[in-house]
Design a protein around this ligand. Sequence first.
Ligand code: FES
Length: 158
Amino acid sequence: MALSSLVSSGVLLRGLCRLTLPRLSAVAPSRVPFCASTAARAQKEWIEVTYQKADGTSYTVQGKEGDNLLDVAINNDLDLDGFGACEGTLACSTCHLVFKKEDFDNIEEMCTDEELDMLDLAYGLTDESRLGCQVCLNKKLNGITVKVPEGVADARTA
Ligand code: FES
């Protein structure tokens, strides 16, 4: 059989693939790829955050860079009554947090119209208010303190 007919029939290509591609079972366990997002998260830095409640109680916890402030509160099982009622679907405003001005300016996520609509329903709104489920940790936010307002407003029940 001529070389050109082997190529056009795919026989040569299939043979080359068998010779050059390692079989999955031949790859050492340490080289088997695993979930990229898990690997990427593991490489990210821990960021410290203090949640300060209106009654003076505060919790200093850590979250990974990229985690939002609702996830950090949930992952650390913080006692924040009613916080995050809609589980981050931008439908309640119960995850309202107040930042210090200098920290507020270091938030990387822009406030969307949908977030502003929810914030309008929050108790104790300030110029440095954001919804925790919309703010992700970054290195510049390491060591921040956020205030958890006393009242929570769940827009779904208004
Ligand atoms: S958890 Fe409901 S808006 Fe953030």
